[in-house]
Write a protein that binds this ligand. Structure first.
Ligand code: NCD
Length: 306
């Protein structure tokens, strides 16, 4: 039985196969409409979510399966003090696969150790968010024709932004990738990722504070929200929250084919005027997330569709 905690749990070949499968699902949805008939997905969300939870549910429903779960830890037995280990032992006999989001780093990993069904990490604290990475990779591959030979700018809260951590893990395995890490000093990428992932894989990167300075050389600009819920102090969040605002004026310096991604939700970091720019790819990215989650569910449940 397989779980997904980190993008590195999937080989590059498996990722490519999953992206091919997602494209086939998008092109021929009817072929997959009953692939998971009789199967159940449990969504255990101990932390707020719109896209991730609903895209998982939409994915399972589009495969002909059904969904159950909770969207709020206070409405689950966690509020009575139940451990994740006990919850998953029980859910293992109610569902065939489970997606878990939790504010504590490593909680889905703990669940996977006690689970009899595949567990998918749907975001654990400021750590990893592998299924967002699946959506990101498919979006980049579709727009750029592949995942190598790219200069990727990651901008905003690189300290707490789990989507950024997972995306870096996944992309360092592709040829000729360079990163430009754009953040204020306070929200720098954690040193364990700079050293153990980027430096250890000889992946070139540079750190800059000003977005304007970085924009001209980028092929992809991945914007992120400042992660308010991970700050210890609200004043610090208020000081940081509008550090970056991408607008049409700043985009004038970008390449014609520099696409803008964002895992969403957006707060202020991308002005609404940018939505009309043909390079704005964040809503397509959210749509790609459903196809990739469908491909992931089929893969983890070992369902083959001919
Ligand atoms: C992200 C997350 O939950 O980490 N959202 C998402 O799943 N698309 C990004 C964020 O909340 O900023």
């Amino acid at each position: 039985m397989r779980h997904l905690m980190n993008p590195l749990d999937l080989s590059v070949e498996e990722l490519e196969n999953m992206m091919d499968l997602a494209c086939d699902i998008e092109a021929h949805p009817d072929k997959y409409a009953h692939a998971c008939a009789g199967k159940k997905l449990a969504t255990l969300f101990y932390e707020p979510s719109t896209r991730t939870r609903l895209s998982f549910e939409s994915a399972m429903l589009s495969l002909g399966g059904s969904v159950l779960g909770f969207a709020d830890a206070d409405s689950s037995s966690a509020a009575k003090g139940e451990t994740v280990a006990d919850t998953i032992r029980v859910i293992s006999s109610y569902a065939d696969i489970c997606a878990m989001r939790h504010p504590k780093e490593g909680a889905p990993k703990v669940a996977s150790l006690y689970s009899k069904i595949p567990v998918i990490n749907a975001g654990d604290g400021g750590h990893q968010h592998p299924t967002q990475t699946l959506a990101d990779l498919l979006t980049i591959r579709k727009l750029k024709g592949g995942l190598g030979n790219l200069t990727i700018g990651l901008c905003g809260d690189l300290k707490f932004g789990r989507t950024v951590h997972s995306l870096i893990n996944a992309l360092v395995r592709y040829e000729n990738i360079r990163f430009v890490l754009i953040s204020p000093e306070e929200l720098r990428l954690p040193s364990y990722i700079r050293e153990d992932v980027l430096a250890a894989n000889n992946v070139p990167y540079k750190e800059v504070i000003r977005l304007e300075e970085a924009i001209p050389e980028l092929d992809i600009l991945y914007m992120t929200r400042v992660q308010r819920e991970r700050f210890f102090n609200e004043e610090e969040y208020i000081r940081m929250k509008d550090f970056y605002v991408l607008n049409n004026e700043k985009l004038e310096a970008a390449k014609e084919d520099m696409y803008i991604l964002h895992p969403l939700p957006r707060v202020n970091e991308i002005a609404v005027e940018v939505d009309n720019d043909p390079r704005a790819a964040y809503f397509i990215q959210a749509k790609n997330g459903v196809y990739m989650r469908m491909a992931l569910i089929l893969t983890l449940l070992e369902v083959k569709v001919c």
